[in-house]
Design a protein around this ligand. Structure first.
Ligand SMILES: [Zn+2]
Length: 155
């Protein structure tokens, strides 16, 4: 199942990637081009725009009108409605550009000394060049993903 998020949902898309699923950002703000793009890919469109969702439905392709306040609630809604099993383990997908991360040798990346000394496994995004490691910041990501999973059960 291919997923595309409209521009308003760029932040949610990052969280979907953190939860283990690949989702494309819409390359356009224009509804017509967006609809064309999503149809050509047989993707599911995620949007909060009711008018766009109705148009998409009339044209008979799958669209999910995302409900919920805040990231956790929205994630829970998407997971429930699309049957995603959100993972709290690092996903291997760049949250910013949806590219597969590549494991890199520590000597190949520039990092603050403290981080380089403390962690051993690093990943790099081939597209944007960001470097990732499973550091203390993951605790917060993990707890928000867990919260989303907990909320999903009560939907
Ligand atoms: Zn990237």
């Amino acid at each position: 199942m291919r997923l595309v998020a409209d521009k308003m949902l760029a932040k949610l898309a990052r969280w979907i990637r953190l939860g283990g699923y690949s989702i494309e950002d819409a390359a356009t703000n224009n509804d017509d081009s967006l609809i064309k793009y999503v149809r050509a890919r047989h993707a599911v469109l995620l949007t909060q725009d009711e008018a766009l969702a109705n148009r998409a439905r009339r044209q008979r392709f799958r669209v999910l009108l995302v409900k919920g306040n805040g990231i956790e609630e929205q994630l829970a809604f998407v997971a429930k409605n699309l049957g995603l099993k959100l993972s709290t383990k690092p996903s291997g997908i760049c949250p910013y550009c949806n590219a597969r991360l590549i494991r890199v040798d520590k000597s190949k990346v520039k990092l603050p000394g403290k981080i380089a000394r403390r962690y051993r496994v690093f990943y790099k995004c081939p597209k944007c060049g960001r470097v990732y490691w499973h550091g203390s910041h993951w605790k917060e990501i993990e707890s928000r993903l867990k919260e989303a999973k907990r909320m999903e059960k009560s939907l």
